[in-house]
Design a protein around this ligand. Structure first.
Ligand code: HEM
Ligand SMILES: *[C@@H]1O[C@H](CO)[C@@H](O)[C@H](O)[C@H]1NC(C)=O
Length: 486
C-alpha cells in the first residue's frame, strides 16, 4: 500500500514537472525535455559540441534546449545575432539571474548585473578607461612597459622553447592592474599569484559538471558538494581585493586618482551615502569583474595567435616585413601605426576569429516578452548567443575553416572588417574592454614579432588547433620556440 502510494506520488511529481517543462506556445523548436534534467541526459556530455551542432542542423538558426527546468534559446548566425542583440537591443540585454555565477558575484559588478547598478557601473568603466588614456599616450606607455617584461624574458630564452600560458596570463592581468590600481605586480607577487590561481580553479569548476548540477538542481545547492569551493574562492578573492582597496583609501590624494579604484573612491565621496549604487562592496565586485573579464580573454587570444603564427611562417614573415617597413628606426610601436599595417591588422583580427575566445558569449536573458524570427520568447528566457557560429559561418567568410588573414583583406590588400566579426559580441552588452583589448593585442604582437621569430619546436609533433572548450577557450598547452631576429 505504502509502496504504491509512493509510486503514485512520484508519478504525479514527474507529471507535474513534465507539465512545467512544456515549451511555451510558439517557442523555438528543440528536443523534448525530460523532467528535472531537461535535455542534458540526451546530450552526450563527452561530445557536447558535436551534439549542439547536430541540434542546430536539425532545428535551425534559433532553437531551444532545456537546462534542467530552464528553457534556453540558442541563437546561431550573423543575421539572427544582429536581429536580437542590435535591433532588439534592450530586450536582449538582460542577464540570467539564478545561476552559480550569479551567486558567486552576489549582485555586484557589471558583467552579470542589470538595471541601474549595471548601467552606472558600465558607464563609469567606459569613462574611466577613456580618461586613463585609451586613445591617449599614457595607456600605451603602460602596456609597452609591461611588454618589456615579456621581451626580456624571451631574450633570456632565445634559442629555446618556452611555455607561454602563464607568462601571457600574468601580462594581461598586470595591464588591467595598471588601469585599476595604477601599479603592476611582480610575477612572483602574492596578490597576483593568489588571484590567478583562484580564478583558474573557479574556471575549471565552471566548465565542469558540478556547475551544471548546481544550475539544474536548486535543491542540492546547500549541500557540501565540490561546487562550494567556487564560493570559498570568491570570498578569498574579495578579501584580497578588499586589502588593495583599504591600502588605496589610506594612501590616496582625493582628486588625483592613480587608477580606477581611486576614481571610484572619489565618486563615492561625491555621491555621499544616499541610496547610490556606488559603495565599497560594489567596488570590490566591480574590480573582480574587470580583472577577470580582461585577463583570460586576452591571454587566450594571444595563445591562439602565436600558435598560428608559429605554424604559418609565411604569414609571420609577411607581418614582420610590414612591421619593419612601417616602424623603420622608431624605438617603439604605437597603436596609431595600425593604420599603416593592413596585413598585420588582418592577421590580428584573423587570430581573434579563429581563437573564438568566448564561444557561447556570456549568457543573456530577455527583459520582456518578444518575438524573434517568428517565434515567441517570453520575458526572462535564457539566451545563448552562439558567437562561434558567426565567426565560423560559411556564408560570411572567404576561408571560414582556415587561418588566413585574407578574410580581412579586400582585392586591393586593404584591411576590411566584415560584419560577422563579433568576438566582442554586439549591442548594449558588448565587451566594454574592446578598446583596451585591441590596443594590447596590437602592441604585444607587433613588438614581439619585430624582435623575435617564433618557430614550432622540431620535437612538438603535429600542431593541434582544437580548442579546450570552456566559457573562454584556449589552445592545448604548447611550447613557443623563440629566436632573435636582429
Ligand atoms: C580579446 C579580449 C576580449 C574578448 C574576446 C572579450 C569578449 C567579451 C564578450 C564576448 C563579452 C560578453 C558580451 C555580451 O554579453 O554580449 C564581454 C563582456 C565584457 N568584457 Fe570583454 N573581452 C575581452 C577583453 C576584455 C578586457 C580587456 C576587459 C577589461 C576592461 C573586458 C571587460 C568586459 C566587461 C566588463 C564585460 C561585461 C559587459 C556588460 O555586461 O555590460 N573585456 N567581453
Ligand atoms: C555554435 O556554433 C558552432 C559553429 O557553427 C557549432 O559547432 C556549435 O555546435 C554551436 N553551439 C550551439 C550551442 O548551438
Amino acid at each position: 500500500m505504502l509502496g504504491s502510494l509512493i509510486l503514485l506520488w512520484i508519478g504525479f511529481s514527474l507529471l507535474f514537472l513534465l507539465f512545467r517543462t512544456r515549451r511555451p506556445n510558439n517557442f523555438p523548436p528543440g528536443p523534448r525535455p525530460i523532467p528535472i534534467f531537461g535535455n542534458l541526459l540526451q546530450l552526450n556530455l563527452v561530445d557536447l559540441l558535436n551534439d549542439f551542432k547536430k541540434l542546430s542542423e536539425r532545428y535551425g538558426k534559433v532553437y531551444s534546449i532545456y537546462i534542467g527546468r530552464m528553457p534556453a534559446v540558442v541563437l546561431n548566425g550573423v543575421q539572427v545575432m544582429k536581429e536580437a542583440l542590435a535591433t532588439q537591443a534592450v530586450v536582449f540585454a538582460g542577464r540570467p539571474q539564478d545561476l552559480m555565477i550569479n551567486h558567486l558575484v552576489e549582485g555586484t559588478g557589471v558583467v552579470l548585473t542589470t538595471g541601474p547598478i549595471w548601467k552606472e557601473h558600465r558607464r563609469f568603466a567606459l569613462i574611466t578607461l577613456r580618461n586613463f588614456g585609451l586613445g591617449k599616450r599614457s595607456m600605451e606607455e603602460r602596456i609597452l612597459g609591461e611588454i618589456s617584461y615579456i621581451t626580456s624574458h624571451l631574450e633570456k630564452n632565445a634559442g629555446k622553447a618556452i611555455e607561454p600560458q602563464i607568462l601571457f596570463h600574468k601580462v594581461a592581468f598586470n595591464i588591467i592592474c595598471c588601469v585599476l590600481f595604477g601599479t603592476r605586480f611582480k610575477h612572483e607577487d602574492e596578490f597576483l599569484q593568489l588571484n590567478i590561481r583562484l580564478f583558474e580553479e573557479n574556471a575549471k569548476i565552471f566548465n565542469g559538471p558540478w556547475a551544471m548540477i548546481y544550475d539544474m538542481l536548486p535543491l542540492l545547492r546547500h549541500l557540501p558538494l565540490p561546487f562550494q569551493k567556487v564560493f570559498q574562492n570568491g570570498n578569498k578573492m574579495r578579501k584580497s581585493l578588499g586589502e588593495q582597496v583599504s591600502q588605496h583609501k589610506k594612501s590616496r590624494v582625493p582628486g588625483e586618482p592613480r587608477g580606477l579604484t581611486d576614481c571610484y573612491l572619489d565618486e563615492m565621496e561625491k555621491r555621499g551615502d544616499d541610496d547610490s549604487s556606488f559603495n565599497e562592496k560594489q567596488l570590490i565586485g566591480f574590480l573582480l569583474d574587470l580583472l577577470f573579464a580582461g585577463t583570460d580573454t586576452t591571454s587566450n587570444t594571444l595563445l591562439f595567435a602565436f600558435l598560428h603564427l608559429m605554424t604559418h611562417p609565411d604569414v609571420q614573415g609577411r607581418c614582420q616585413k610590414e612591421i619593419d617597413e612601417v616602424l623603420g628606426e622608431k624605438e617603439q610601436a604605437s597603436f596609431e601605426d595600425r593604420h599603416m599595417m593592413p596585413y598585420t591588422q588582418a592577421m590580428i583580427h584573423e587570430a581573434q576569429r579563429v581563437a573564438d575566445t568566448v564561444p557561447l558569449n556570456v549568457f543573456h536573458a530577455t527583459t520582456k516578452d518578444t518575438r524573434l524570427m517568428g517565434y515567441d520568447i517570453p520575458k526572462g528566457t535564457l539566451i545563448i548567443p552562439n558567437l562561434s557560429s558567426v565567426l565560423n559561418e560559411e556564408s560570411q567568410w572567404k576561408f571560414p575553416h582556415d587561418f588566413n588573414p585574407s578574410n580581412f583583406l579586400n582585392d586591393q590588400g586593404e584591411f576590411v572588417k566584415p560584419e560577422a566579426f563579433m568576438p566582442f559580441s554586439a549591442g548594449p552588452r558588448m565587451c566594454l574592454g574592446e578598446g583596451l583589448a585591441r590596443m594590447e593585442l596590437f602592441l604585444i604582437l607587433v613588438t614581439l614579432l619585430r624582435r623575435f621569430k617564433f618557430v614550432w619546436p622540431d620535437d612538438a609533433g603535429v600542431p593541434d588547433y582544437t580548442p579546450i572548450f570552456g566559457i573562454t577557450q584556449r589552445p592545448k598547452p604548447y611550447r613557443l620556440g623563440v629566436r632573435l631576429r636582429l
